[in-house]
Ligand binder design. Structure first.
Ligand code: SF4
Length: 245
């Protein structure tokens, strides 16, 4: 009589999938652009900095919005532009007054940086902002994200952006596993942000990415049930425990 032997085999663990894969396929990029732009045309917020292509106004809004909620920025943005409508007006104002005007937005390094950028723009570029990334990033206070925002929103360039909201959306849709805040992932997500940019409608597309991350694909409770990207989202259905810091 043959004894029954176990049919279980010792299994090697499946190889860990790399945290960072390649870029989205052309078809996936196309679907993403179409769905996101459709959503934005129906649900995008009506905000005053979306009605301008003036590099100064774009820069003011981007610096004010760093780590600050839209509803806190709105009144200050309008007050600021009333008082300092151009780089020339801002550069001519005393820095102490500029810092007081900024109150109560906080992070007071921001008005001082904005003031220094205005002075440099006046002294070196006739009160304008240059339209190339390298020169923009030579200004203290203009990093990769702000340069991309100015290039795409003010100059209509095909320039990617990656702030916290955009990184969250791109990570969830195109990656879905791994550490979303690691340096390697950040580099990868910059590549994804560049890859998904459309040839046209760059202004709307980048605004849509930011709006979508701020209102639908939010950090804690993303609205997956009404999300137009759910069918292509690598994270759907979202599980907060699976998203590592
Ligand atoms: S399905 Fe959920 S996690 Fe994925 S993009 Fe939409 S809101 Fe974000």
């Amino acid at each position: 009589m043959r004894t029954k032997t176990s049919t279980k085999r010792s299994r090697k663990p499946a190889p860990a999938r790399p945290a960072v894969d390649g870029l989205p396929s052309p078809a996936a990029r196309q679907r993403f652009r179409r769905r996101l732009l459709d959503w934005y045309r129906r649900h995008g917020r009506d905000l005053p900095w979306r009605e301008t292509r003036d590099p100064y106004r774009v820069l003011v809004s981007e610096i004010m919005l760093q780590q600050t909620q839209v509803d806190r920025v709105l009144p200050k943005y309008l007050e600021w532009l009333d008082k300092y409508p151009t780089f020339h007006a801002l550069a001519a104002a005393p820095v102490d007054e500029v810092t007081r005007t900024w109150y109560p937005l906080g992070y007071n390094v921001r008005p001082r940086r904005l003031h220094a950028i205005a002075r440099e723009a006046v002294e070196r570029y006739g009160g304008e902002l240059p339209a190339d990334e390298t020169t923009l990033r030579s200004f203290k206070g203009i990093g990769a994200y702000t340069a991309g925002a100015v290039l795409s929103f003010a100059f209509g360039r095909r320039a990617p952006i990656l702030d916290t909201n955009v990184a969250r959306v791109l990570f969830r849709v195109f990656v879905g596993r791994g550490a979303p805040k690691s340096h390697a992932m950040r580099r990868h997500l910059w590549g994804v942000s560049r890859a998904v940019l459309p040839a046209r409608h760059v202004f709307d597309f980048n605004q849509a990415l930011m709006d979508f991350g701020a209102t639908v694909c939010v950090a804690r409770k993303p609205q997956c049930l009404i999300c137009p990207l759910a069918r292509q989202c690598a994270t759907y259905p979202f599980n907060p425990d699976a998203e590592r810091a």
